[in-house]
Structure formats: C-alpha cells, structure tokens
Design a protein around this ligand. Structure first.
Ligand code: KET
Length: 726
C-alpha cells in the first residue's frame, strides 16, 4: 500500500514540479530557452557544414585539416587496416581505466620524447590517454586553471582558433603573442621573444610542436633552442600542442625536435599529442596528454590529479583507437609501414604545394607565391583576405576558413587548376593582413535573467576581495594567520572611523600616514621589481606581482609604532600635567581624585581583611583600566608580529621582504610622528579654520587621558545640573 502511494506520489510531485517550472519560465519568457541566442558557426568545422549543404558537383573543401588522397577521398592507412584486423574480436568492450590504455600511453610518449629519452628513463613523465588533441589541450587548460591559479596562457597570433575557446572555457587569462610577420610571410621571431620575455614568471606558453596551424611557419632548430632557453630563464611553462607529428617533414623524429629540445633542457612541460592526422584516426578521438615532472613521486601526485580532472568530464576514454595505435607502435614491422605512410601523406601535400604555385605562376600572377612552398605541414596560409575568401566560396564553391587558410590535403591533381584560377582571379589586390582570432568577449554587465542562463564560461567574473589570504587545507596555524592578514585593512578602517568619530587633529595625520605607507610600498615594489617567492607564487597566483617590501608588514609596523609613540607621548604629558590645557588637567585632577579615593578605599578594605572582596575587585579593575592603553599597544605589536610571520608562513613574501616592510613602516612612522607633533604644536591655530571648527576638530595630543577628561566633564555637568535643580 505504502509502495502504491509512493508510486502515485512521485509522478504527481514531478508533474507539480514541471508545472511550477513552466509557470516560472512563462513568467520570464514563453519558453525556458527562448533567451538562448544562436552561437556563431565554428570557424573551421562550420566550413564543412556549409560545404556539405552546397549542391555544386565541383565544390572543393579546403576547410578542415583532414587528409584526402588524390581523388579527394578520405584515407584509411594500410597499417591501420592491419591493426584493425588484429584487434577485431580479440578484446572485450570493457571500460578502460580513467587514464586510458597504459601501453598505448607509453608508446605515444616514446614516439614524442624519443625511445631513449632521459625523462622517460627517469620515470619523470605523467601520462593519460585523452580525447585526441582537443581533449589534451582542454585538460592542460583545466590543469593550469586548477594548479596554476591566476596564471596566464600565452597563445600565438594567429593560432588554431579552438585554442582560444579552450583556455577561455577553462577560465584561464589569455594573452596573445606575436608569431607571424605578414610582410615576410615568415616567423616574427624577434617580436615573439621580446613579448615572451616580458611575460610574468609562472605563466604558460602554448607552442605548436611542429607544422604551425594555420601559418605553416615553424621556428628553426636554432630558434627552438633559443626559445627553450628564454622560457627557462623567465620561468615560463611550455605547453606543446603536437597535432601534426610527421606532417611537417614526413619524419616523425624530426618533427619531434622541439619536444626533445625542451625535454633535454630540463623543462617541466605539458605535451598534447593527437593521432587524428598522422594515423588518420580523426573520428576515434585518440590522443595522449603528458606532463614532465621532477621525479617519480611528483609524477604519482600529478597523474592522480590528471585523472581527477578527466573522471568528472568523461570518465574514461574510448578503447578502440588506443588499441589500434598500440598495435601499430608496438610492432616494429607495422610501425615501419605506418612511418612510410606518414611520409607518403606529407610528400603528397608537398607536391600539391609545388603544383599550386606552378599553376598560379603559369597563369601569369604578378604576385609572389613562394610562401606556398616555403610553408610546411597541412596548411597554406595564403594571405587571402576574408572578403576574398567569401568570393572564392560564393563564386567558385571553394570552401576555406576566412583567415585565408587552405588545407593542402584537400588539393589534388583534379582540382588544383580550378583552385589556382579562382585564387588568381581574386588576388589582384591581395590583402595580406590576417585578422586576429580573438577569444569571444565574455559577458559584461549586471546579472540578468538571460545572462544568468549563460554558461559559466561566458561570464567574465572577477573577484574583489580584501586580503584573500590562501592557506593549506588542514593548516590551523595558517588559517589563523590568514585571518590576521586582514589586520592592515582594519588598521586603516579603524583610523578612518576614529577620525570620523573623535575629530582629533593628529588622527588626520595618522590616517594619511597609513595611506602613504601603503602607497610607498606600491611604488618601491614597482621600482625594485623583486618577484614573490618562486616556490609558492604559482599556487598563490601572484607570480606576476612584485613582493619587495611586504606592504602588510609595513602598514602594521606603521600602526604599531605610531600607537607606541602616542602612548609614550601621553605618559609624558601625564607626568608633567601642568603643561596640558585646562580641561585635560581638570580631567586628570578629577580622574586622579577618583582613583586615589578608590585606591584608599580598596586599601582600607584590604587592611580590614574582611568584606573587602568587592573593593579588591574594584582596585584590580582600576589597575586594569590604567594598564589598558599599554595593553592595547602590546596587542597591536603582537598582531603585527602575526601578520609579518604569516606573510612568510603563507608563502606570500620572503623573510627579507617582510623585514624590509617592517623597517620601512616603523621608520616612516617615527619620521611621520615628528611631523605630526610639529603640525599639532606649531600649527594648532589651523583648528580655528571655519571648516575644522564647524566639524568640531580638536587637538588632544597634549591630553594625557582624553577619556578621563571627557568623563569628568560629563560628571561636572551633571553635578551642576543637579545643584541647579535642588
Ligand atoms: N591542435 C591543433 C594545432 C590543431 O590544428 C588541431 C586540429 C587540434 C589540436 C585538435 O585535433 P584533434 O582532432 O582533437 O586531435 N585542427 C583541425 C581540426 C579541427 O579544427 O578540429 C583543423 O584546424 O582543421
């Protein structure tokens, strides 16, 4: 019966929930999704969509980077067919582990880093089977976002358009570095190095390992070596995207030179491998993502985090492609056959480059087409403008990406002449300025119902927080010190509140002094440019900030030193109370008399030795009240010590940066105190200025106990009022 009720109740609840949901949706819009705008077509795969919709039998697809044979047909390599034959029926369809097929991964990294690579021999490489090159890149971006928070990715201009989407969706800040020089149609090596040399330590740099997409322009061996040294010097993490190994030169070892140079130079780096192109396994989504670590222990931790990223995204990778790649790479004969096939594919593309250039020259084109044959890999970056590309598509059914990139694999002996004619016709006034592929702008502005429905990636959210001090989970001391890190901000607020509530002339100067200390630290940091501690800055996301001196320590030292000087000054004033003004001395007299009376009462009670418990408490309270100003100063110094220690403990500053902050803050406070005294003593008359008078500003510096004086005034006023009423 209970079960029946439950069965009936569930659909009812669901119905109600649905009703509520649709009513709620109706409140905003006629449907849940009416606010969803159509996304722009993908600049590369969108070309294929348009191509497929075209009915012209002579249409040519030069959009996506996918290999075709000379008759324009997709190719399945013979080595792959053989691997398929061997694999067929020999395996279960079970899940792979999260990190995929281990032997496949080991074969892949050997292909990239080299059979005898020391990083492999030393077991320094963490690896995971990924969803092809895109999946590897996405995981790299996620890993960067998680484990290098606040760091920036430097991406070449131009690049494979999806790089920008990938790092944007992983919420990693993107900077684009110059790579291509349109005037020379070559590498802009100088500007590239110059730009990267200014990147903050702890940033990551995305590099195309070979056959740069879309330009087909790669650094030379010497330039790779220089780049590797530059990145090492500047503490930048290389992330190599290797989607075309074998396609640049026809030789897989030669195309791995950048990877091997970086590994040899001792870089910690990430590598994204794809077997889509070089094995023709486009739809199998097979790739390998690897990270070079310090040692085996680090590999264990890093690999566990790589898996932790993959599991909630897609659980584990598909098995078939990995089995094919493993079957080929693990069998020397099959591998040899495959390497030959890669070479054939690369050579057919090279021959198409020559043919296209010859055709254009034969048509009498006055332009130089050398770059078609100079560039390498799958693509030719023609220099055609987006408008020229549109004309090729509209008038000739020739499809290519609007940045003027041609997938050379789509060119064959049957279509090359038609292609050359179309290019010749529309390149009379070539516009070689390529357009920058900018990441789509994130949403700006307030949260609205429509905007709230956007994916998180489209939000350009930034945090504003005061003293967002990070601490290691489980570190209780770290947590306390992180809380203490808010103290400098409160010191400034406190001064502002005192200024507002007490209207004391010296508080104006103390408040200004605190702001000045903070500003001075910012200037010194900018001048000295000393980095934050290298060991922690990546994790804290502050590698791009400077750390000398610690402004937290400086502000606290300023506040504590000023409090101490004020305390000493007032003590001196109380011992020579004659110097204080009338009200203050009245206050002292009144407070002093009350104290003496209380003390003698307490003493009398004590000497009686009986019912004196209450008086003893009164005496203790009195003593505490007297000691309070000194206790406050001591507390401030303890807090300053906690903040200073915390800056080092939490990894935000080096001990030297903290010491410099403390020295700067306290010496500035001492100097500032002299100015404060001078202002209050010499320029006391400023208090007569109408504005300051209207705001009831006063000078209480010479007053040994302001609170006592104020209390005395109220007591006297109340006494007078009482007498009058009697
Ligand atoms: N990196 C680069 C540089 C690249 O050109 C591609 C694919 C990939 C990674 C991803 O390949 P995957 O298929 O995930 O292993 N580029 C071609 C296809 C695409 O855009 O998806 C292209 O540029 O045409």
């Amino acid at each position: 019966m209970e079960g029946l009720i439950r069965q009936a109740a569930v659909p009812l609840l669901q119905q109600q929930a649905r009703g509520f949901a649709s009513r709620a949706a109706g409140f905003w819009n006629s449907s849940w999704f009416s606010h969803v705008p159509e996304a722009p077509r993908d600049p590369i795969l969108g070309v294929t969509e348009k191509f497929l919709a075209d009915t012209n039998p002579q249409k040519i697809n030069l959009g996506v980077g996918a290999y075709r044979d000379d008759s324009g047909q997709p190719v399945v390599l013979k080595s792959v067919r053989e691997a398929e034959r061997r694999v067929a029926g020999s395996h279960f369809m079970e899940y792979l582990p999260i990190a995929g097929h281990r032997q496949f991964c080991e074969d892949s990294v050997k292909l990239a880093y080299g059979e005898d690579s020391p990083v492999l021999k030393n077991k320094q490489v963490a690896m995971l089977q990924s969803l092809s090159g895109t999946g590897s890149c996405r995981l790299s971006a996620e890993f960067q976002g998680h484990w290098m928070p606040g760091s920036t990715i430097y991406i070449p201009t131009p690049t494979w358009a999806n790089h920008l989407n990938i790092w944007r969706d992983a919420h990693v800040a993107i900077e684009q570095y110059p790579y291509y020089k349109p005037e020379t149609r070559g590498l802009d090596f100088e500007r590239m190095c110059d730009f990267l040399s200014k990147a903050p330590a702890g940033s990551a740099v995305l590099l195309h390992a070979c056959a740069h997409n879309p330009t087909g322009v790669d650094p030379s061996t010497e330039q790779w070596r220089e780049l590797s040294q530059l990145l090492k010097q500047k503490a930048l993490l290389p992330i190599l995207d290797c989607a075309y190994q074998g396609f640049a030169s026809g030789d897989c070892d030669r195309d791995a030179q950048a990877i091997r140079i970086f590994a040899e130079d001792g870089h910690r780096m990430m590598l994204c491998q794809s077997f889509a192109k070089n094995m023709g396994l486009y739809g199998q989504r097979v790739g390998c993502w690897s990270i070079v670590c310090d040692d085996e222990k680090e590999v264990k931790a890093v690999e566990s985090q790589m898996k932790a990223l993959a599991r909630p995204m897609y659980s584990n990778p598909p098995v078939h492609g990995a089995l094919l790649v493993h079957t080929i790479l693990a069998d020397p004969e099959l591998k040899k056959q495959w390497l030959g096939e890669v070479k054939d594919m690369a050579e057919r593309i090279i021959s198409m480059r020559t043919l296209l250039r010859q055709n254009l020259e034969a048509l009498g084109s006055p332009l130089s087409w050398n770059h078609i044959t100079d560039q390498i890999g799958m693509f030719c970056y023609t220099g055609l403008s987006p408008e020229q590309v549109d004309k090729l598509t509209a008038e000739h059914s020739i499809y290519l990406t609007r940045n003027g990139r041609i997938s050379m694999a789509g060119v064959n002996t049957n279509n090359v002449a038609r292609l050359a004619e179309a290019i010749h016709k529309h390149s009379a006034a070539p516009d070689y300025l390529f357009r920058l592929d900018r990441p789509p702008a994130p949403h700006r502005g307030p949260f609205t119902a429509a905007a709230a429905a956007m994916s998180g990636a489209q939000w350009g959210l930034k945090a504003f927080c005061i003293a967002c001090a990070k601490f290691q989970e489980g570190d209780a001391l770290g947590e306390v010190l992180a809380v203490a890190a808010t103290a400098p901000y409160f010191a400034i607020y406190h001064a502002a509140v005192l200024l507002h509530a007490r209207r004391e002339l010296h508080m104006v100067l103390v408040f200004m002094g605190l702001l000045l200390t903070s500003a001075l630290c910012t200037v010194v940091k900018k001048v000295l440019k000393q980095p934050r501690p290298a060991a922690t800055c990546t994790l804290l996301g502050n590698c791009h900030k400077h750390g000398m001196p610690s402004s937290h320590s400086a502000v606290m030292a300023f506040a504590a030193t000023t409090a101490l000087l004020l305390y000493l000054h007032r003590r001196r004033a109380s011992s020579s109370s004659g110097s204080s003004n009338g009200i203050c001395s009245a206050g002292i007299r009144g407070a002093g008399a009350a104290r003496t009376a209380r003390r003698s009462g307490a003493a009398a009670a004590a000497s009686k030795g009986s019912s004196g418990g209450g008086d003893f408490v009164a005496a203790a309270v009195e003593r505490l009240a007297q000691a309070l100003p000194l206790l406050e100063v001591l507390l401030l110094w303890v807090l300053t010590a906690a903040v200073a220690y915390g800056r080092v403990h939490l990894g935000y500053h080096t001990p030297a940066q903290v010491a410099a902050g403390l020295a700067l803050g306290s010496s500035l406070a001492a100097a500032w105190w002299c100015i404060t005294l001078a202002v209050c003593q010499r320029w006391g008359p400023v208090l007569r200025l109408p504005l300051l008078r209207a705001l009831h500003f006063r000078d209480t510096l010479g007053c040994p106990d302001v609170h006592a004086a104020e209390a005395e005034i109220f007591v006297q006023t109340a006494d007078t009022a009482n007498k009058r009423s009697e």
